[in-house]
Design a protein around this ligand. Sequence first.
Ligand SMILES: Nc1nc2c(ncn2[C@@H]2O[C@H](COP(=O)(O)OP(=O)(O)OP(=O)(O)O)[C@@H](O)[C@H]2O)c(=O)[nH]1
Ligand SMILES: [Mg+2]
Length: 446
Amino acid sequence: MVDNICAIATPYGVGAIAVIRCSGPEAIELVSKVFDGKNLAKCKSHTVHYGHIIENGEAVDEVLCSVFKGPNSFDGEDIVEISTHGGVYVTNRVLGVLLDNGFRLAERGEFSKRAFLNHRLDLTEAESIMDIISSENDIALKSSLGSLRHQTRNLIRIFRDKILDILAKIEVNIDYPEYEDSVDVTHEYLSPLIDDMLIDMKKILDNSEVSTIAIHGINTAIVGKPNVGKSSLLNMMLDENKAIVSDIPGTTRDLVEGRLTVRNVTLNLIDTAGIHETDDYVESIGIERSRNAINKADLVLMVLDASNELDDIDKELLKLTENKKRIIILNKSDLKQKLEIADAISVSALRSEGMDLLSDKILEITSINSLKNMDGNYLNNNRQVALMKKAYKSLEAAKVSCEMLTDVSLIEIDIKDAFDALGEITGESYPDELITALFTKFCLGK
Ligand SMILES: Nc1nc2c(ncn2[C@@H]2O[C@H](COP(=O)(O)OP(=O)(O)OP(=O)(O)O)[C@@H](O)[C@H]2O)c(=O)[nH]1
Ligand SMILES: [Mg+2]
């Protein structure tokens, strides 16, 4: 049963205005009861009205009420958005009046959940609302806006339509073998169709590897032996003295994190403890964490002290990170240089020199710029990617079965699995828990 809910939709704190969103089958009537102004129930949809919220005959605040009648509203229900003066006390008083007059406080993400259940949004679009709000760079904003405008939904629909067509033909073959007009779904017929989908999906998955890290930030580990200037580099990049710097080797004992956006690339930076042999128990734990950070990193900033020649630890670390996406940084460029390494970047973290070069290199190595040519042909988050990978695997299994000339009715099972996994991306087939989990990630009033 759909009831009447309300919540403050603007951030907690003082501002010029605050907005309280009310939604439900009786939302307009219930607000009318406490609104001294026009009778909202008789007003047209998508109109705004001046008046007062009243309690016991007294005005609580002077407000504007925007009326949206379902199904053409954000969540498909009748909605009134009350703009109050943006003080914490006054907004809560208005909220209190609503709660005393038939509304219940909305749960986190409940408006978006209603929009989904009323088919106003699919899951990718609901996710994109959160993504727009949390965007930290142009790529994130552009992709989430695209997704809100059905970009991801359309991407998935193309595959689902193709698969549905295949499934329907197989069903006809099985159920109506005598029906001569239908295509005979043979292995030769299926193979190229599956191949084409696999190629297209692979492209999207490859693109998504770039896009998801661009959107959510690139996990970047600053790595090197003690005293080469890792913490100084973190501080230079963040432009603040976040990590402790000293000339004592082993200063950084634990991971220090920071987040920054350079040239539209968002990095989740991690400064690690210098890696070397040690008997110090605490330090050795830090070093173990450094090794884990390297493993998890999308990008490694491998720092060397250019005023000294490479020693065995440097060499070992260069080897350890050679298969990672990495940038070799020759730090301490202000001192007499003893190192030369092709493709490395020279910086002086002490003097904050070289940030431009480093930014260029980051942009180059992360292929973020190539996203401009991907034309929305990518997914937006790990949930979507994981499901498309699942679909891809099912289609791969179907392909193998085709090659082995397995009975088509068995191949159909894998194809159906791919269809379901893709449906989960947009929420067209969904377990209930998933929906609840997804929507509780939203904030109140959205
Ligand atoms: N001359 C010069 N000194 C630097 C530069 N960057 C860092 N240093 C110095 O090198 C020493 C070590 O710097 P840190 O940033 O603490 O080095 P670290 O790699 O984090 O060291 P650990 O945390 O011990 O692993 C400090 O005395 C810094 O001032 C630089 O660009 N030039
Ligand atoms: Mg350090």
